[in-house]
Write a protein of this length. Structure first.
Length: 376
């Protein structure tokens, strides 16, 4: 639903009922991930897309039916269809599991609050029951960033606490996913499958070294949705005018800045200085932190010398194995802009556990959905 959060927020503020069709599971090369939604209001206005056009008409009709009948939510499945040119199906060969429910904003005021946070760029998560007892289907619970209390109700007994806890965990990782709860061990009597829609704060891209490559990388990082910080100890080079696409430009020794700033499992660290007096203390610290990516620019010779110095500084073999150096994928990049694409491509591959190989050289689904999570 987060792909249409702006409009849903407006409809909630206007207390306008709507039908919400959401992809809850994906198999194969489906075009859009789980959590993507289409919504239709009582006037027939439709927003969003779940298939890039293949099944939108059928989903629209189902939304209109759910709105008209005011009945229980429905689940439907769309797969590949090539036998009949006029059949409803996905031409990409994938499969979609779609959950359709009527939403009455007056009965779920917490939903408007969560959508407001999301439209303002603040972290929030909405948990939606997509499988379980009929009286719980479609129920939602929202969790806002920080330590604020959860609102709404999706389960009986202590199940709400379990789901809120898993929603907060997913909010920290920045990932939308389904969680299964119920049974022995978690205090929730009913077995539920809950889709947690997550809007996290922007992940951080820390770029060390105020060089031309950093200017191109900060622009590419901003385009990809990162909060970009450029840091360099030299004030003559580390200026906002040289890095207009960076959110922050910091004058400090790189390792000192990294010591005092906040990072998490989505943070990417790019070291572009290729100067040992900056690189070694910075990389020694970065490789000990729970960040998703650490890369360092330099030649093969620079890399070998850097690895030797880091080993002498006590960096372990496991930590050294995390270092992406020379930085980036082999794209034949020459210019700062091409190099920025090479680096960000490697960051994307690392974050999503991609191979970095050409799709023509590998088999299997092009789009690999996130692993289904089970918290039983």
């Amino acid at each position: 639903m987060l792909n249409i959060a702006d409009t849903l927020h407006r409809w909630c503020r206007e207390a306008r009922p709507f039908a919400l069709a959401t992809v809850v599971d994906v198999h194969g090369s489906a075009p859009l991930p789980a959590g993507t939604s289409v919504a239709v209001d009582e006037d027939g206005t439709a927003i969003g897309s779940i298939s890039g056009g293949c099944v939108e008409g059928a989903v629209y009709d189902l939304c209109r039916q759910v709105l008209r009948d005011r009945g229980a939510p429905q689940r439907t499945w769309f797969g590949y269809s090539d036998d009949d040119a006029f059949a409803v199906g996905l031409t990409c060969g994938g499969e979609l599991d779609v959950f359709v429910q009527r939403v009455d904003p007056a009965g779920q005021p917490h939903l408007a609050t969560a959508l407001c946070e999301i439209t303002q760029g603040r972290p929030a998560a909405v948990a939606q029951v997509v499988d379980g007892p009929e009286h719980l289907l479609g129920a939602t619970l929202s969790v806002l960033g920080g330590d604020r209390a959860a609102h709404g109700r999706v389960a009986d007994g202590p199940g709400d606490r379990v789901i809120a806890g898993q929603a907060r965990a997913l909010l920290r990782t920045g990932r939308t996913a389904r969680v299964d709860i119920g049974g022995e061990g978690d205090g929730c009597a009913a077995r539920l499958s809950v889709l947690v829609h997550v809007h996290a704060s922007r992940p951080r891209l820390l770029v060390f070294g105020a060089v031309d490559f950093a200017a191109a990388l900060s622009q590419a990082g901003r385009f990809l949705g990162y909060h970009v910080t450029v840091c360099d100890a030299r004030p003559v080079f580390a200026t906002p005018a040289r890095f207009p696409h960076a959110d922050d430009v910091v004058v400090d020794w790189p390792h000192r800045y990294l010591e005092r700033t906040s990072v998490d499992g989505r943070t990417a660290v790019c070291v572009l200085t290729h100067d040992a007096k900056f690189d070694i203390p910075l990389l020694r610290l970065a490789l000990s932190l729970p960040v998703t990516y650490v890369g360092a620019m330099g030649s093969r010779r620079t890399h070998d010398e850097r690895m030797h110095l880091l080993h002498e500084e006590g960096v372990t073999a496991d930590q050294l194995a995390r270092l992406r150096s020379p930085i980036g994928l082999d794209l034949g990049a020459r210019t700062p802009e091409e190099t920025a694409v090479s680096i960000t491509a490697e960051i994307i591959a690392q974050a999503n556990q991609g191979t970095g190989r050409p799709l023509t050289r590998i088999t299997g689904p092009i789009h690999r959905p996130p692993r289904l999570m089970n918290y039983r």
